[in-house]
Design a protein around this ligand. Structure first.
Ligand code: CP3
Length: 343
């Protein structure tokens, strides 16, 4: 099937579709026994990402089991930081970057690399997934937005206060700008590489943009998201995600994107009005509702779909990633609710 005819692509173009396309953030993950088996075999998360056969296998697992409309490459937004020379570790506390960026010299030491060399495993995994994916399904690539990558690079991991990030932004603005310039260039290269290797849609994850007020988002984050997307503009549809960012919905919709992913705290019908048909909307089922019974998930998903009515440009997804405690049958019920409802 040609990319243009696929359900997800048509919905992102805001064309009328026979039903709502569906996929889930973190659809490959620890809630699936077949994922845990591969992870055990590989020895760890990064080991799985760096082995194209294993990354492709776990990317395809949920599609095989549930038949959602898209596969998102199994990787992580922090992989390009490693490709730039940062040390990256994943342990039970999540990601750690033990040599964080704090000075201009640290920024200057980051290398802009060619993803064909520094992240060849990403391209290889994408090609394997493309070969194994049913013809009507869409292959999704992704990157972290420069601001969110900067927050990990500067904090050295996940943070509550983002004190190091904010200090650098406020006291060493030129260093902060130099870092964002470099990250935007690496993201642009990584996105273009993924498209060249078969990604038909890309997602830009700006998880921590919600830390910023509107003015600051527009001044300190959005320009670099825009720059990063330059390399794929007009080639494939782009979806932007920023969790917990109801206050940024109008601003995010102004990015050069086709789709905006909303988290479950945003009112979905109202968001269609707020974004004035500029973009398709993705979301926004509360991932913790998947901890209920399959019957309750099916009914609540139907309710969400009913609130959208027959507005064009809706992609069913969660407001954030699948939790590892989720019963796979509840993911099945979520997917079925979209597949069984005609528009
Ligand atoms: O959605 C998918 O299934 C595609 C693969 C994917 C992962 N991470 C796999 C993953 C994608 C698109 C991401 C994006 C990502 N990674 C984001 C942006 C989206 C978001 O969640 O807000 C962020 C902030 C990260 C960084 C990251 N990776 C953190 C903070 C953690 C630890 C917390 C956690 O959820 O476990 C990860 C680990 C991670 N990334 C896992 C997976 C499947 C769990 C790894 C494991 O098996 O132990």
């Amino acid at each position: 099937m040609r990319t243009e005819s696929k359900l997800l692509i048509r919905a992102l173009r805001r064309e009328a579709t026979e039903r709502t396309p569906v996929w889930l953030m973190r659809q490959a993950g620890r809630y699936l026994p077949e994922y845990r088996a591969v992870r055990g075999q590989a020895g760890g998360f990064l080991e799985m990402i760096r082995a194209p056969e294993l990354a492709a296998e776990v990317t395809l697992q949920p599609v095989r089991r549930f038949g959602m409309d898209a596969a998102i490459l199994f990787s992580d937004i922090l992989v390009p930081l490693e490709a730039m020379g940062m040390r990256l570790i994943f342990d039970e506390h999540g990601p750690q970057l033990p040599q964080p960026i704090r000075t201009r010299a640290d920024v200057d030491a980051l290398r802009l690399t060619d993803p064909r060399e520094s992240m060849q495993f990403v391209g290889d995994a994408l090609r394997l997934v493309a070969a194994g994916l049913p013809a009507d399904k869409t292959l999704i690539g992704f990157c972290g937005a420069p601001f969110t990558l900067a927050s990990y690079a500067i904090e050295g991991g996940t943070s509550k206060s983002f004190a190091n990030l904010r200090t650098l932004m406020l006291r060493s603005e030129s260093t902060y700008h130099a870092l964002l310039d470099k990250l935007a260039e690496m993201v642009a290269r990584h996105l273009e590489y993924q498209v060249n290797c078969g990604a038909e849609v890309v997602v830009l994850f700006d998880t921590w943009a919600s830390q910023l007020g509107r003015d600051e988002y527009l001044r300190s984050a959005a320009p670099w998201s825009r720059a990063a997307l330059g390399s794929v503009r007009g080639k494939v549809p782009v979806i932007a995600f920023a969790g917990h960012a109801d206050h940024l919905v109008e601003d995010l919709a102004e990015l050069p994107i086709e789709g905006l992913a909303l988290d479950h705290r945003t009112d979905l019908p109202a968001a269609f009005e707020r974004t004035k048909q500029r973009v398709a909307l993705q979301g926004n089922f509360d991932p913790s509702l998947l901890l209920g019974t399959p019957e309750s998930v099916f009914a609540k998903t139907q309710t969400l779909l009913a609130t959208v009515e027959d507005r064009p440009g809706h992609v069913l997804n969660l407001g954030h990633g699948v939790l590892k405690e989720t019963n796979p049958e509840c993911v099945g019920a979520f997917v079925r609710a979209a597949q069984e409802r005609r528009r």
